[in-house]
Design a binder for this molecule. Structure first.
Ligand SMILES: Nc1ncnc2c1ncn2[C@@H]1O[C@H](COP(=O)(O)OP(=O)(O)O)[C@@H](O)[C@H]1O
Ligand SMILES: Cc1ncc(C[n+]2csc(CCOP(=O)(O)OP(=O)(O)O)c2C)c(N)n1
Ligand SMILES: [Mg+2]
Length: 338
């Protein structure tokens, strides 16, 4: 069976099975001119959207449809996590080229619905069109948060401790393997590919940080640690100093860098698509927050540096202070290469 056999509406009927994960609070799911749902009492709505474009964000022949669906939703859930919120409703728009099989697109929905199920997120609508050549997927997610627990990019203060919730650099290493068609011939390389294809949105971690009352600013790492921290620094009118020796670099990334002669610190700083959270914490509460985080998540909240009043973006490595590397991913740059 193909798109031409069932048409746009037949396709929508097929994919809508399984999209309503948490019916409470939903007044109109897929099927009307708009969806209708309730935002929990006393909370504000969070809305975020991210676009995935073939050739820019993924290679159709380099990713399984389930992984692509997972990632399209995960990158949006990560933005809700960075706000300290709970993710609730998702909207999926997809432009499908003629050479993309119905089975592939149904696989994308399987991947999305599986992740949506894990986090209690409904898929409540979207849009379906044809496309001349590239597969394009846009997901929008609505979340909710108590305003006092909401995390933003601005609000950091000089002397705040800077933390990240997980390892950085693995996804870029996975992308390198993928782009160069290198064999994933070890568990380490399989895990790097998985970090690239199936990022875990840090929603529980974001809620924990929002509730702690000690986090002053937060962001999720999509373009790369160094460039995303510039957003926090600018929004707060501050500088950042990272201690390279404290960056959480996985054993898998170390193995990869040894094998191919890359610099693991560079991968960690300017990798991209890590989808961990970075946050700044009141220094008087930092030790307690880190300890509680460890007790809850069984791995450290990694202390990687601090916010400074000098407005400079610097890395300390081997006793030497140097400016940040020239950032991570940039759309519209000449090369768009990492
Ligand atoms: N085309 C657009 N139209 C309106 N707002 C946009 C557009 N692109 C990005 N934004 C907004 O700009 C801000 C930064 O976007 P972005 O760098 O993509 O953030 P993120 O890394 O969290 O996805 C967000 O508030 C986003 O909603
Ligand atoms: C084929 C391919 N080339 C390059 C990349 C790397 N890449 C593409 S977009 C991106 C940054 C994150 O995407 P963006 O759309 O900027 O996310 P946002 O910051 O809006 O969340 C990276 C590292 C990739 N994932 N796939
Ligand atoms: Mg974005």
């Amino acid at each position: 069976m193909e798109f031409k056999d069932i048409g746009e509406f037949g396709f929508i009927r097929r994919i809508q099975r399984g999209c309503l994960i948490r019916p409470e609070g939903v007044r109109l799911p897929i099927g009307d001119d708009a969806a209708a749902f309730i935002v929990p009492d006393g909370q504000v709505a969070l809305v975020t959207t991210d676009l995935l474009v073939e050739g820019v964000h993924f290679l159709r022949n380099g990713t399984s449809p389930e992984d692509l669906g997972h990632k399209a939703l995960a990158v949006n859930l990560s933005d809700i996590a960075a706000m300290g919120g709970t993710a609730r409703e998702a909207f999926v728009s997809i432009a499908v080229p003629g050479d993309c099989a119905l089975a592939y697109v149904e696989g994308i929905y399987r991947g999305m619905i599986s992740l949506a199920g894990e986090f209690g997120v409904n898929i409540l609508g979207g849009d379906t069109t044809g496309s001349r050549s590239d597969l394009i997927i846009n997901v929008a997610v609505v979340g909710a948060v108590h305003e006092r627990e909401m995390l933003r990019r601005g609000g950091a203060r000089p002397g705040d401790c800077l933390f990240v919730t997980g390892a950085v650099g693995d996804s870029r290493a996975g992308l390198h393997l993928l782009r160069n068609r290198l064999p994933a011939d070890s568990d380490a390389f399989m895990e790097l590919l998985s970090a690239h294809h199936r990022p875990r949105p840090h929603l529980a971690e974001g809620r924990f940080l929002g509730k702690s009352g000690a986090v002053r600013a937060a962001i999720d790492i999509s373009d790369g640690l160094s460039s995303d921290l510039v957003h926090v620094a600018r929004a707060s009118g501050l500088g950042v100093r990272i201690d390279a020796g404290r960056l959480p670099i996985s054993e898998n990334l170390k193995t990869f860098c040894r094998r191919f002669g890359f610099d693991a610190v560079d991968y960690a700083l300017s990798g991209g698509e890590d989808y961990v959270l970075a946050c700044t914490v009141d220094p008087t509460k930092a030790a307690a927050v880190a300890q509680a985080f460890m007790a809850r998540f069984h791995h450290p909240l990694y202390h990687i540096g601090k916010m400074t009043s000098d407005g400079r973006m610097t890395v300390v490595q081997g006793g030497e202070v140097r400016p940040f590397p020239p950032a991570g991913w940039r759309h519209f740059s000449e090369t768009e290469e990492l």
